[in-house]
Design a protein around this ligand. Structure first.
Ligand SMILES: Cc1cc2nc3c(=O)[nH]c(=O)nc-3n(C[C@H](O)[C@H](O)[C@H](O)COP(=O)(O)O)c2cc1C
Length: 216
C-alpha cells in the first residue's frame, strides 16, 4: 500500500464566520446553546449532538469519549449509557464532568463543566422505549467496556436477545440509563479571522450567570 503522509503543521483554516458579541447574547447560556445547536443543524453539521464527555478515573487519569446529547432539560444536558461502563464508575467516584462540542460546519466550540446526577428509572424506561428496537436489543447484548473474545460473541448475544424478546416489548435493562449534567460554566468559542477568535464565558454565581470575554 502507498504511504500517504499528511503534513499536519501545514493544515490550517482561516475562519470567516459570524461574530459573537457580549452586547447581543442572551443573559443565560441555554438560549445561546439552543440557537447554536439549531444553526449547526441548519449548516448540516454531521451528528451535531455528538459531544466529548470527559471524566476522571480513580487514579486521576482524565478520560474522554464521545456520547450523544439527548436533551436540554431540568437546567442541564442529558445523555444515556450503560451504568456498568467505565464512564459510569468514574462518574460514581467523581460527579464532576465536562462536555465538549465541536461544530466544524460553523467553526464553533462549546465547553460545558458541571456535576452529573443519574436520571430516574422512569425517565430511563421512557427514553429506552423510544429507541429503535435493534438498538434496544443491542443494549442487552453489550456489557459495555468489558473485554470480549470476538465479534462473534457479541453477535451471538445479540441473536440470543433478539430471540428472547421475539414478539415482546424489549424492557429497559436495569444497568442502562441516563445522566443529567448541571453546568456551572459554559464557554462559547467562535472561530474568527487571523486567530482573533471570540470566546464568551458564562459562569454561574448562585442563580445568576456572569459573562466574561476571554482572550483567544
Ligand atoms: C459519535 C459517537 C457517539 C456515541 N454515543 C454514545 C452514547 O450516547 N452513549 C454511550 O454509552 N456510548 C456512546 N458512544 C461510544 C463511547 O464513545 C464509548 O466508546 C463507550 O461509551 C464506552 O466508554 P467507556 O469505556 O469510557 O465507558 C459513542 C461514540 C461515538 C463515536
Amino acid at each position: 500500500m502507498k504511504r500517504r503522509i499528511v503534513n499536519l503543521k501545514k493544515l490550517r483554516t482561516d475562519y470567516k464566520a459570524d461574530l459573537l458579541d457580549e452586547k447581543s447574547v442572551p443573559k443565560e447560556p441555554f438560549a445561546l446553546f439552543r440557537k447554536w445547536m439549531h444553526e449547526a443543524v441548519l449548516n448540516h453539521q454531521h451528528e451535531p449532538n455528538a459531544m466529548c464527555l470527559s471524566t476522571f478515573s480513580k487514579d486521576g487519569q482524565p478520560r474522554g469519549r464521545m456520547v450523544l446529547l439527548k436533551g436540554i432539560e431540568k437546567g442541564g444536558f442529558t445523555f444515556y449509557t450503560n451504568y456498568e461502563s467505565h464512564k459510569a464508575s468514574e462518574l460514581e467516584f467523581n460527579h464532576k464532568a465536562a462536555l465538549t462540542f465541536y461544530w466544524q460546519a460553523c467553526a464553533r466550540q462549546v465547553r460545558i463543566e458541571g456535576a452529573v446526577q443519574k436520571l430516574s428509572r422512569k425517565e430511563n424506561a421512557a427514553y429506552f422505549a423510544s429507541r429503535p428496537r435493534l438498538s434496544q436489543i443491542g443494549a442487552w447484548a453489550s456489557h459495555q467496556s468489558t473485554a470480549i473474545k470476538s465479534r462473534e460473541e457479541l453477535e451471538d448475544w445479540f441473536a440470543f436477545y433478539k430471540e428472547k424478546f421475539k414478539g415482546k416489548k424489549v424492557p429497559c435493562p436495569v444497568y442502562w440509563g441516563g445522566y443529567l449534567l448541571i453546568p456551572d460554566q459554559i464557554e462559547f468559542w467562535q472561530g474568527r479571522m487571523s486567530r482573533l477568535h471570540d470566546r464568551l464565558f458564562y459562569k454561574r454565581n448562585n442563580k445568576i450567570w456572569e459573562i466574561q470575554r476571554l482572550s483567544p
